[in-house]
Ligand binder design. Structure first.
Ligand SMILES: Cc1ncc(C[n+]2csc(CCOP(=O)(O)OP(=O)(O)O)c2C)c(N)n1
Ligand SMILES: [Mg+2]
Length: 341
């Protein structure tokens, strides 16, 4: 392996994170956790049709970026995208309603878990084809660069995605054109069921490839919301000012299996327990308490989050499924292929 690669391990905090931002980071992680746990409960009640992929344990990444991004920045995520969509401000009833196939869902109940999108909030889609969205994110960044809007595209994907051609094509194109795009690899150690290290030639599937595109090799603790927020701020602001793309590898772990049907039995005994000790919410709560934030303040955040999840659940349950009249609505673009003639 190339020993000349300079890797930044666990970004040292460059700026002080104010108390308000810390509480925002905690609130967002709690919202993401409670909402996804509710999604799982609804699945057990047979109210969520089709498959779904939870990111329980990976919340610090979506939260760190969600808090750091400007409202008009863009997010592109995978089928494991509930948290990333919520982190941009999509409503809980819109997300839970979409999972349940209800009219109040973000896509009117016709898209489901793997296609969450909220264009008004900059959540530009969830993509089920591995790697498909990396070139799309680069294209969005190119549009921002061309129009001079200083918007940044942030693209989340998994470790397995780094072995797909589109990853390399998007990285190369973005580096050559210095596009304002941040690629965030959430290395949760597994692809669908396969450990990433058994099928990858390098230790860090994203960071060890960065030098091939003239980019820094960056590995961050993906379970540390402060580290994620500071890293996001640094590279988003650099990209906004014309400094080009970044490739960030965030080390993390998913608490549940790949999708709802997977109990995750292929994981070695004790591995999950080890990572549960490093649960991002648990670590962050302990850190805030040590820093002098009152336990009651954090309890209030948790209670308010649960209240919102309960209210969203009630809204989604009361919402009807899409009507037959709407079956073709928002499916076909007006004009079809007329432009070709
Ligand atoms: C092009 C393509 N090949 C295969 C699949 C099937 N598939 C769905 S998820 C997945 C694993 C992806 O792993 P990773 O990128 O690490 O993301 P994670 O699920 O861990 O978040 C695979 C192979 C797919 N969706 N698209
Ligand atoms: Mg993975």
């Amino acid at each position: 392996m190339d020993t000349n690669v300079k890797r930044k391990k666990k970004e040292a905090p460059a700026i002080d994170i104010g108390q308000e931002t810390k509480l925002e980071l905690y609130r967002m992680q709690v919202d993401l956790r409670y909402c996804e746990k509710r999604a799982y409960d609804l699945f057990l009640q047979n109210l969520v049709k089709g498959t779904s992929h939870l990111s329980l344990g990976q919340e610090a990444i979506a939260a760190g970026f969600g808090v750091a991004m400007r409202p008009d920045d863009w997010t592109f995520c995978t089928y494991r995208g509930h948290a990333h969509t919520l982190a941009r401000g999509a409503s809980m009833s819109g997300v839970l309603g979409e999972l349940m196939g209800r009219q109040c869902g973000l896509l009117g109940g016709k898209g489901g878990s793997m296609h969450l999108t909220d264009v008004a909030k900059g959540a530009m889609g969830s993509y089920a084809i591995i790697g498909a969205h990396l070139p799309v994110a680069a294209g969005a960044a190119w549009s921002a660069q061309y129009r001079g809007t200083e918007q940044v595209a942030v693209c989340f994907f998994g470790d397995g995605t780094t072995n797909i051609g589109a990853f390399h094509e998007a990285l190369n194109f973005s580096a050559v054109w210095k596009l304002p795009v941040i690629f965030v690899c959430e290395n949760n150690l597994y692809m669908e069921y396969t450990p990433i290290h058994t099928v990858t030639a390098v230790k860090h599937p994203a960071a060890d490839r960065a030098s091939a595109y003239g980019l820094e090799s960056i590995v961050v603790d993906g379970n540390d919301a402060d580290a994620m927020y500071l890293t996001a701020m640094k590279y988003i602001e650099r990209a906004r000012k014309g400094g080009g793309p970044a490739l960030i590898e965030a080390m993390t772990y998913r608490h549940s299996g790949h999708s709802r049907a997977d109990p995750g039995k292929y994981r070695p005994e004790g591995e999950l327990d080890k990572w549960l000790e490093r649960d991002p919410l648990k670590m962050y709560r302990e850190r805030l308490l040590k820093q002098g934030i009152a336990g009651a303040t954090l309890d209030d955040i948790e209670a308010e989050s649960m209240r919102q999840v309960d209210a969203a659940t009630a809204t989604a349950k009361a919402s009807p499924p899409p009507s037959i009249d709407d079956i073709e609505k928002n499916v076909w673009a007006d004009g079809g292929s007329a432009w070709r003639n």
